[in-house]
Design a protein around this ligand. Structure first.
Ligand code: FAD
Length: 383
């Protein structure tokens, strides 16, 4: 594995750094307090090409490899995880899944809008009664002539209130001769679909997280993504790549924690010298630095495997598990370096900790990642 970035990769990382400094950093506190990032950021992300990374140019994408995608995701995560999540879901979970599984017609219908930022996508798997055990979902799509009629509720859906299209997972085996869980591309303007914002989140407060309720929502049979009964495979393939994206976002959080801790430690004075002179403060900082490097290397390995066409799902779970726990540790250590100032939102580290915490929960909790890794190693499913 080559650990040097190519010229293109270094350039895209610089582009992302400049974008974050210009478009995100000045607004982070304001968006967090307002519980909403400014929606104009989506168009800006599209214009700079970040919503089209790894997608073919013929569908409006900006190309690039998965390492470039990780580099951009890391930089966005360093700036604001709420913005990073827009890309990880709209591009990472929705557009990339359409690009992989979609028919030509579906790609032409959705990809140009998703990659330009005209459309936002969301990923509807979790339900009020179904989280880790995603395969037991209860939302139903029943065949009626040339259409499916959908009923059910989806919970905690990132981008949910903003989205133009839901990649929805529903059970289709209620219709005679039909089977399993299937995936659908459902326009959010469909009659019968209502959305409610989930307020009061600990972190990712700027993100439009929603509950989606489907009451007799009709979609044409052509809205099904991939063959009937393949929905669970579609979801798992999306999440395998999605976990790399979450891991990259966590590297960004940990890097931001490191940068903030070093800066503060070299400015703040106690006992007659900067706190960087105190060995226990250096211990906090060096622990963060090791977490940053280890999480980044695990994440880059996943990107490298994907780009070389190798199996990557278990490595993606390892990267997500380690990087999410590392991001929480790093942000917590940084907060300790800041002392009481870390506890108020004029300083950046409290938000980093709040945003990091959910990373150990979504796209499979840390426990679920351990079961994925354990199953791959032992051949025994302990779910
Ligand atoms: P549960 O599954 O009820 O788990 C509760 C606890 O039990 C956890 O500690 C879990 O690890 C543990 N547990 C469960 N089963 C096992 C087991 N077999 N062995 C050991 N421990 C176990 N979902 C989407 O579909 N789309 C989204 O865009 C999305 N965005 C989200 C955004 C936010 C901010 C949040 C908070 C969640 C989001 N989710 C989304 C949902 C998220 O993926 C789920 O919350 C997550 O999968 C866990 O499900 P749960 O909350 O129902 O917890």
């Amino acid at each position: 594995m080559n650990l040097e970035l190519s010229e293109e990769q270094a350039a895209v990382r610089q582009l992302a750094r400049d974008f974050v400094e210009r478009e995100i950093v000045p607004h982070v506190v304001e968006w967090d307090r307002a519980e909403s990032v400014d929606r104009s950021i989506v168009k800006k992300l599209g214009e700079v090409g970040f919503l089209g990374l790894t997608i073919d140019e013929e569908y409006g994408g900006s190309g690039g490899d998965h390492l470039a995608y990780c580099l951009v995701t890391e930089e966005l995560g360093r700036g604001d995880s709420s913005v990073r999540g827009i890309v990880s879901v709209s591009l990472g979970l929705v557009a990339k899944t359409i690009a992989h599984w979609g028919s030509e017609e579906q790609k032409r219908q959705w990809l140009p809008g998703l990659t330009s930022g005209e459309y936002v996508g969301c990923f509807g798997l979790t339900e009020p009664g179904t989280g880790s055990d995603a395969g037991s979902l209860a939302t139903r799509a029943v065949r009626d002539g040339d259409a499916y009629v959908i009923n059910g509720t989806k919970m905690f859906i990132t981008n949910g209130t903003w989205a133009d299209v839901v990649l929805l997972f529903a059970r289709t085996n209620d219709s005679p001769g039909h089977k399993g869980v299937s995936a659908f591309l459902v326009p959010t303007a469909s009659p019968g679909l209502t959305r409610r914002t989930v307020h009061g989140k600990l972190g990712l407060r700027g993100q439009a997280t929603a509950e989606l309720v489907f009451e007799d929502v009709r979609v044409p049979a052509s809205a099904m993504l991939a063959p009937e009964g393949k929905g669970f495979a579609v979801a798992m393939s999306a999440l395998a790549k999605g976990r790399m994206s979450v891991a990259a976002g966590c590297v960004g959080i940990a890097q931001a924690a490191l940068d903030a801790a070093v800066r503060y430690a070299t400015e703040r004075e106690q006992f007659g010298r900067t706190i960087a002179h105190h060995q226990l403060v250096q211990e906090l900082i060096s622990d963060i630095a090791v977490d940053v490097d280890a999480a980044r290397l695990l994440t880059w390995r996943v990107a490298d495997l994907i780009d070389r066409g190798q199996p990557f799902a278990t490595e993606s779970s390892k990267a997500k598990l380690f990087a999410s726990e590392a991001a929480v540790r790093a942000a917590n250590n940084a907060l300790q370096v800041f002392g009481g100032y870390g506890y108020i939102d004029e300083y950046p580290v409290g938000k980093l900790l709040r945003d990091a915490r959910v990373m150990t929960l979504y796209e499979g909790t840390s426990q679920i990642q351990k079961l994925v890794i354990g199953r791959a190693l032992t051949g025994v499913s302990a779910f």
